[in-house]
Design a protein around this ligand. Sequence first.
Ligand SMILES: Nc1ncnc2c1ncn2[C@@H]1O[C@H](COP(=O)(O)OP(=O)(O)OP(=O)(O)O)[C@@H](O)[C@H]1O
Length: 151
Amino acid sequence: MNPYEFFSKSADETKAFAARLAKELRPGDVITLEGNLGAGKTTFTKGLAKGLNIKRTVNSPTFTIIKEYEGTYPLYHIDAYRLEDYEEDLGFDEYFDGDGITVVEWAEFIEEEMPDDRLNIQISYADNDGRLVALYPAGERYEKLCRELME
Ligand SMILES: Nc1ncnc2c1ncn2[C@@H]1O[C@H](COP(=O)(O)OP(=O)(O)OP(=O)(O)O)[C@@H](O)[C@H]1O
């Protein structure tokens, strides 16, 4: 069983959990978000933004592919959904190695550009409008981060 799971009873709880995670993040960190339509990926990202003291409203970047927000650190929110058939190098590594925190939805479509070390977060529907938020850390830094977050 995955030890890094959080059961959220409401959108506010999901946001609060994400905000707590955001406080532990630092520039160069990469998070991938997975979940069905309406699972709460945007809600989670709003929580991250709150934790990073971002004042602007976060909404889905589907049509723009990437959105940038200024906060304690910059937040780069990438939605790769429309890049499924894209073959060229898009230069996203500039974000992954950069000065901010990057959140990627549909990372599988740009897998070649994704770093190996990252924190994958899967949000799924649970009973009574709840959500299961499961963290899958890849790499030592994110393992440690998850352990501390769950303490
Ligand atoms: N526990 C919960 N956690 C997150 N969202 C919840 C929860 N309970 C209810 N919700 C509601 O579910 C909806 C989640 O929508 P959201 O846009 O965040 O999903 P999404 O995964 O980004 O969807 P899409 O793939 O359409 O962009 C919101 O209306 C939110 O208020």
